[in-house]
Design a protein around this ligand. Structure first.
Ligand code: AP5
Length: 225
């Protein structure tokens, strides 16, 4: 099977595990859309819509946006032709049992191919998140370990690098707490379905991408780039 066929992939992992960093690379290599609920919500916040204002009130505190809201956002996105034809790599969804059930129903009669759990220990994600900076224009992600060529400026588009509003210590700790309580139970659920693969997220982004590609190759998916 090649990248021309649909690939329906989910990347899970605690905050700062590198989901966003890897999903961008996987999206390019396998020519599938990167669907990030966090990015979609931040775009709504930036647009200043009533929906964005509602989302912001949850995001800034590190709380999850209600399932009913986010399930509707994903349902609309998965109906788009690119996702229907090529599949997707989902970043940040599902995070609750209700969201996993909603995803299952949305995809039926098709289903997910693989769920990859990017495993990085808490002490390392805390170090990564405390220095994370994102491009205010294109969303590219940097940190002390992965710095831009010029401090404060995005390598890709020259945009200004900023700190995410939910990268405060309190919001990071709350997001990690919710992850352990609400999202880790999904790992057991996907393991029981035979869909779960765990990948070590420590190392350079290229090393981690190589491990993800090895897993996908074992499942019959090869990337173009
Ligand atoms: P979201 O944007 O999804 O944020 P998150 O879950 O907190 O995850 P992060 O973006 O913090 O982590 P990441 O794993 O993507 O790490 P990254 O690649 O940036 O969600 C934000 C909010 O939106 C939620 O709190 C919630 O309110 C709401 N929301 C979103 N989805 C929702 C849903 N389904 N239901 C309800 N609410 C929802 O990497 C982290 C850092 O590490 C970066 O600085 C990066 O440069 C660095 N790094 C990455 N890889 C490496 C590496 N290999 N080596 C060294 N450094 C690395």
């Amino acid at each position: 099977m090649t990248a021309a066929h649909p690939l329906r992939l989910v990347l899970v992992g605690r905050q700062g595990a590198g989901k966003g960093t890897q999903c961008v690379r996987v999206s390019h290599r396998y020519a599938i859309p990167h669907i990030s609920t966090g990015d979609m919500l931040r775009a709504a916040v930036a647009a200043g819509s009533p929906f964005g204002q509602l989302a912001k009130s949850f995001m800034d505190r590190g709380e999850l946006v209600p399932d009913s809201v986010i399930n509707g956002v994903i349902a609309e996105r998965l109906e788009q032709p690119d996702a229907r034809l090529r599949g997707f790599v989902l970043d940040g969804f599902p995070r609750t049992k209700d969201q996993a059930e909603a995803l299952n129903e949305l995809l039926s009669p098709a289903s997910l191919h693989i769920v990859i759990n990017l495993e990085v220990p808490v002490d390392l994600v805390l170090r990564r998140l405390s220095s994370r900076r994102v491009c205010s224009v294109c969303g590219s992600i940097y940190s002390d370990e992965l710095p831009p060529k010029t401090a404060g400026i995005c390598d890709n588009c020259g945009g200004e690098l900023i700190q995410r509003e939910d990268d405060t210590e309190a919001a990071i700790l709350r997001r990690l707490e919710i992850y352990e309580e609400t999202t880790t139970p999904l790992l057991g659920l996907y393991a029981d379905l035979g869909l779960l693969e765990t990948v070590d997220g420590i190392g350079t982004p290229d090393e981690v991408l190589g491990r993800i590609s090895d897993v996908l190759a074992r499942h019959g998916f090869s990337g173009g780039g």
